[in-house]
Design a protein around this ligand. Structure first.
Ligand SMILES: Nc1ncnc2c1ncn2[C@@H]1O[C@H](COP(=O)(O)OP(=O)(O)OP(=O)(O)O)[C@@H](O)[C@H]1O
Ligand SMILES: O=P(O)(O)OC[C@H]1O[C@H](OP(=O)(O)OP(=O)(O)O)[C@H](O)[C@@H]1O
Ligand SMILES: [Mg+2]
Length: 286
């Protein structure tokens, strides 16, 4: 029997995406490299190969079809302008892409006419300026772009902002609307059939995302209050209700968003639920 070719997956080898991406794949049951010197890791048991590449190159490999799918940032994907599309948002490396300058330099993108803009994301910024009919000089820098203004290379920068600490340290302020909201995404080449093994990878990653975002909530409650409890905590497909030895009482189990757990416990307690327990989900397949 001939086996399908292995699924070929691009993973960032450094920067803000690298560690959370490998951690998520480990949680999804895949082998990951043990040292940053390993550039390729084959996981024959799961019929998958991982290629550890520079974050900026991943959309290019996937867009050209050299690799089947990859983990990258939405900002990097748009910057590359590669024919690849988002399949799944992964919830880490969340950032915004913003314009910044010394106070008083500009108030909106329209003020950038004729100015010098430094960025590591030349593709993204050039398109953004063109979309706003602004003619500005875009200078490409590989990183640490916040320093470009102090060194007289640019009037304005466009860069990734998370906490804003790097900007503050450089004496810069944000201006204008955010150019985009970014986070890590799984991408695939546009307009091609799904390769063998992709559906399984997606299901496993979705399982990790649900296990991270949801908890299990168990409680005991009088049977005639189950409808009220379901209105508070409906679960994903309705609660599991089991009989209890105590007459007129039942045990209820629901999945609830982790961030809402404390509020839901308070509300369930108010309507008479007792022995309310919250448990983490280690893994799941919905
Ligand atoms: N401080 C941060 N917080 C959250 N996400 C970030 C942060 N810095 C970068 N990112 C995101 O991580 C992705 C990759 O950026 P990163 O800066 O790690 O790559 P790089 O600049 O190519 O690598 P390096 O900075 O190591 O040279 C982008 O999608 C970016 O939005
Ligand atoms: O808003 P903050 O929390 O300060 O984070 C944003 C900073 O993090 C990234 O830098 P990185 O460490 O990747 O260095 P680089 O500029 O050389 O890419 C980004 O380019 C910003 O400089
Ligand atoms: Mg960086």
């Amino acid at each position: 029997m001939s086996r399908n070719p292995m699924l070929r997956v691009a993973i960032p080898n450094k920067g803000a995406l690298a560690e959370p991406a490998t951690q998520m794949l480990r949680e999804a049951g895949y082998r990951q490299r043990g040292s940053s010197k390993e550039l390729v890791l084959i996981d024959p048991e799961n019929q998958i190969e991982f290629y550890y590449l520079r974050p900026k190159d991943i959309a290019i490999y996937v867009g050209e079809g050299t690799l089947d799918v990859g983990v990258t940032g939405r900002d990097l994907l748009l910057d590359a302008g590669a024919p690849a599309k988002e399949l799944l948002t992964l919830g880490f490396a969340r950032s915004t892409f913003r314009l910044a300058s010394r106070p008083g330099t500009a108030a909106s993108v329209a003020d950038l006419e004729g100015m010098r803009v430094a960025t590591s994301y030349t593709g993204l910024v050039t398109k953004y300026l063109a979309d706003h009919n602004v003619n500005a000089h875009v200078t490409h820098l590989d990183g640490a772009v916040e320093t470009a203004i102090q060194l007289g290379v640019a009037d304005v920068i466009a860069d990734v902002v998370e906490t804003g600490a790097t900007l503050r340290q450089a004496g810069l302020v944000l201006f204008g609307d955010p150019i985009l909201q970014s986070e890590a995404v799984l991408v695939k080449r546009d307009g091609t059939a799904d390769p063998a093994g992709l559906e399984l990878l997606l299901r496993r990653l979705q399982g990790v995302l649900v296990a991270r975002d949801y908890v299990l909530m168990d409680f005991d409650i009088a049977a005639d209050r189950v409808d009220e409890a379901s209105a508070i905590a409906p679960g994903l497909e309705g609660p599991t209700v089991s009989p209890l030895h105590r007459a007129g009482w039942v045990a209820v189990r629901v999945m609830v968003p982790r961030k809402d757990a404390q509020r839901l416990m308070d509300e369930l307690w108010e309507i008479g639920a007792r022995a309310i327990l919250v448990t983490s989900i280690h893994a799941c397949r919905l």
